[in-house]
Design a protein around this ligand. Structure first.
Ligand code: ADP
Length: 792
């Protein structure tokens, strides 16, 4: 160690390794291998795989590769336990979660050291960030356990949850999954990542120690095969996954049509935007936290630095100087800043991507290329001169590599920020509060940090837009993932079932082009009636099989045109909620003025009685009023997270939504689905009931006379499942509601895996008289959490 004045200059205090004897002796006790934690006890180890310390390459443990039979046993234990766990009072469940929090806290040092040895992250981070947040998560959800019944009325637990987590924050991701599931009355089978199973196994021991009832938490270790078996298990009611977009997509397909609830928290390529008026020194510290925290192995890492051209050189110079002070090395050393990469395979992935970048001739900066002699390390790297099309700007590197691009105007900054298929997080640096909030609103990401980065708290939701997944973890938003709404039993609707295949007239009835007097209801696209691309129409039959009219036979091309028109109308989402409410009221008024005509049409096409038809029209008017009323009342929230932060949870529209209506109650179902969607600012492409489309095609003129801007509602009639297929495959559709048959529901979920659009499918009958309320609004929005600091 040098003289004190040298130390003050270099800040080099010499090595200060954290003691690890207690962890090493625990590992020694389990030298023969870890079993699985099923039904409150550890099983006999079998099919062991090796677990390594990535900082040294040393083998530290062996864990069991869970088999399908193990998954069976774990799911059965969880099912049995759920029957007793769900009926416990909220207070009882709360005490259990509180006990878990206390025990985690008691073992903080042990868990921090174990996490660091298993994952390679610096002890400073596991000790000061990961494990305290784990305890915080259990405390927060201990609170929710006792509040869930009063705060989530009309809902119940989902059941048995299969949860799969990655290796970058092993115990923290476990807490994010287990705490809300248990608080909401579910039981779980959790599979940790194969590189980092150890803290989950230590947590299993904590469950025993804390007296958690057997089977409430089950931990099954293993690789992707074990994960796939868990996803596929018919006894699992919900799958919650955090990991790569690629595996998320596979899980979306595997669960399609099974009725399993699904939440996905996937990859990211998050922008870190620095404007010319930013406090550059703070931004540099922010960048360190954004990309060199946890070696950049963070799904929401600020990995794309977008900087105003006028300050780019100044910022790069400061960053380079700061990089020279980053210490890379032994993660157990308390003064290490950058630890080890989790495993050789991940290191190779980083190296491969960097070679690709080198081929593109990009400029790399590393303060110091020297790395520890052994273990898996990669130096902090800054890449400048990057084009938006570069592989390094597009692909998630999941390593300590920051790629930088410049912009000239705020519009260009937003365009660059959104130029990615992901949408997990963003960081915005500017001293101008107006600009900060405007840019936060325009960036498509589930979390936006203003003048800060990588802020997490149990009270705030976290999760992505677009291909970063759907569903939120944390806070009130996260709990929705672990509850399902009680649904009133559906009574037969006023409409007689007229499924497509039972309507013989659906086959092309006539070529509309050139026909003399054209009685065919057309499509409605971009505020205009449009002939179907096919040129064909189909006969709409009444229940007695008599033709009551013709409707356009829409096809793939019509859907594409409709999606394009909807995307062009996006400014609807930026209109004030009051404006949207006025438009909805106007539509209700115009429908009301023509109530008798609509009731006649319903009677003629569905065979409903006079009373039933009038009641359906009346209910449609009332429902439109309800959503007009809701337009400016479905508020967001201000979460109580960290001190000196306002965390705003904003309900934002998806953008373009597809809505496929069921056959029953053709007018009321249409209104019940479309009105909440547009009240929240979405533009929709609607496929009305194929059997009874005419009440909806009559609605065109209601839209025309109600000031609904062109493109906000687009309607394509035709064969529902064929049109649903195009909507599901279309990357311009951000969310899709499908109400139809089981086969169609499965198709929609499977095909939505392309851009990972959020889907809401129902294959069972719905009682449309009661289908109303906040659940529809929640499904019509996604939550963006904006963290805004205050104080100097
Ligand atoms: P990462 O890029 O973070 O390694 P992965 O998506 O490969 O992300 O892994 C995240 C988790 O998903 C791990 O627990 C892994 O074992 C698991 N996993 C990998 N493949 C599958 C699969 N096909 N089905 C279910 N889980 C899987």
């Amino acid at each position: 160690m040098g003289a004190i004045k040298d130390i003050l200059r270099t800040m080099d205090y010499g090595p200060s390794p954290e003691g690890s004897d207690h962890v090493r002796s625990w590992l020694e006790e389990h030298k023969s291998g870890f079993g699985l934690f099923i039904d409150g006890a550890f099983t006999k180890p079998h099919d062991l795989f090796d677990v390594f310390n990535p900082a040294t390459g040393e083998k530290i443990a062996r864990a069991t590769q869970g088999s399908p039979a193990d998954i069976d046993a774990a799911v059965a234990a969880a099912r049995k336990a759920q029957a007793k766990w769900a009926p416990l009072s909220g207070f009882e469940r709360s005490k259990h979660l509180y006990a878990l929090a206390r025990h985690v806290q008691k073992r903080e040092r042990f868990l921090s050291v174990l996490e660091t040895i298993d994952n390679g992250k610096p002890i400073r981070e596991s000790r000061d960030i990961d494990i305290p947040l784990v305890a915080r998560h259990f405390y927060h959800h201990a609170g929710w356990a006792s509040l869930i019944d009063s705060e989530f009325p009309g809902t119940r637990p989902v059941g048995v949850c299969g949860q799969i987590i990655p290796w970058n924050f092993p115990l923290l991701m476990l807490a994010w999954k287990i705490a809300p599931a248990l608080a909401a009355g579910n039981t779980v089978v959790l599979k940790p990542a194969e590189y980092t199973p150890l803290t989950a196994l230590a947590f299993a021991a904590i469950c025993i120690e804390a007296g958690l009832p057997a089977g409430v938490v089950n931990i099954v270790t293993g690789d992707g095969l074990t994960g796939a078996a868990l996803v596929a298990h018919s006894g699992v009611d919900k799958v919650a996954f955090t990991g790569s977009t690629e595996v998320g997509r596979a899980i979306r397909k595997a669960t399609a049509g099974t009725g399993k609830k699904l939440s996905l928290e996937l990859g990211g390529k998050s922008p870190f935007v620095v404007f010319e008026d930013a406090d550059l020194d703070s931004a540099v510290e922010g960048a360190v936290d954004a990309i060199w925290f946890n070696q950049g192995e963070v799904c929401c890492a600020g990995s794309r630095l977008l900087v105003a051209e006028s300050v780019a050189d100044a910022l790069y110079a400061k960053l380079r100087a700061r990089m020279a002070n980053l210490r890379i090395g032994d993660p157990l050393d308390k003064s290490t800043d950058v630890g080890a990469i989790v495993a050789p395979v991940q290191l190779e992935r980083i190296q491969r991507l960097m070679r690709e970048g080198e081929k593109e001739g990009l400029e790399f900066f590393r303060a110091d290329d020297s790395l520890p002699a052994r273990g898996c390390f990669y130096p902090p790297t800054l890449v400048t001169g990057v084009e938006a099309a570069s592989i390094l700007a597009r692909e998630e590197i999941f390593g300590p590599v920051l790629v930088a691009m410049t912009f000239r105007t705020p519009d260009e900054a937003v365009a660059l920020a959104n130029n990615t298929r992901y949408g997990l997080a963003a960081s915005v640096w500017t001293e101008n509060v107006n600009r900060a909030l405007e840019v936060a609103a325009r960036i498509k990401a589930g979390v936006v940090w203003i003048n800060s980065t990588n802020m997490f708290d149990a009270a705030s939701g976290f999760g992505g837009y677009r291909e970063s997944g759907f569903g939120r973890e944390g806070g009130r938003e996260g709990l929705h993932e672990y509850r399902i709404a009680d649904e009133p039993k559906a009574k037969p609707s006023s409409a007689k079932p007229a499924r497509l295949n039972a309507a013989p007239g659906l086959a092309p009835a006539s070529a509309t082009a050139g026909a003399g007097l054209d009685r065919t209801a057309k499509l409605y696209i971009g505020g205009k009636q449009a002939r179907p691309d096919s040129g064909y129409s189909y006969a709409v039959l009444d229940p007695a099989g008599r033709e009551v009219g013709l409707a356009g036979l829409g096809n793939r091309k019509d859907i594409r045109n409709a999606v394009e028109a909807a995307a062009k109308a996006a400014s609807w989402g930026a209109a004030t909620a009051h404006n949207r409410a006025q438009v909805l009221y106007y539509a209700a008024e115009n429908l009301s003025a023509r109530a008798a005509e609509f009731a006649r049409r319903l009677r003629a096409t569905t065979g409903a009685s006079v009373r039933a038809a009038e009641a359906e029209v009346e209910a449609s008017i009332r429902r439109t009023f309800v959503y007009a009323g809701y337009a400016d009342k479905f508020d967001g929230a201000v979460h109580a997270t960290r001190s000196r932060f306002i965390t705003l949870a904003m309900n934002e529209p998806w953008g373009v939504m597809g809505v496929v209506c069921p056959d029953g109650a053709p007018l009321l179902a249409f209104v019940s689905l479309v009105m909440p969607a547009i009240a929240m600012g979405n533009c929709v492409v609607v496929v009305p009931s194929a059997g009874h489309p005419l009440s909806v095609t009559d609605f065109y003129s209601v839209l025309d006379t109600s000031d609904v801007p062109a493109g906000v509602v687009n309607i394509v009639t035709g064969e529902a499942n064929a049109l649903a297929k195009t909507l599901a495959e279309h990357d311009g559709v951000d969310a899709l509601w499908y109400l139809g048959d089981a086969e169609g529901a499965k198709q929609v979920e499977a095909l939505s895996a392309g851009n990972l659009k959020a889907t809401w499918v129902k294959a069972s009958a719905v009682d449309w008289r009661q289908a109303e309320g906040r659940e529809f609004l929640r499904r019509a929005t996604q939550v963006k959490n904006i963290w805004t600091p205050y104080g100097e």
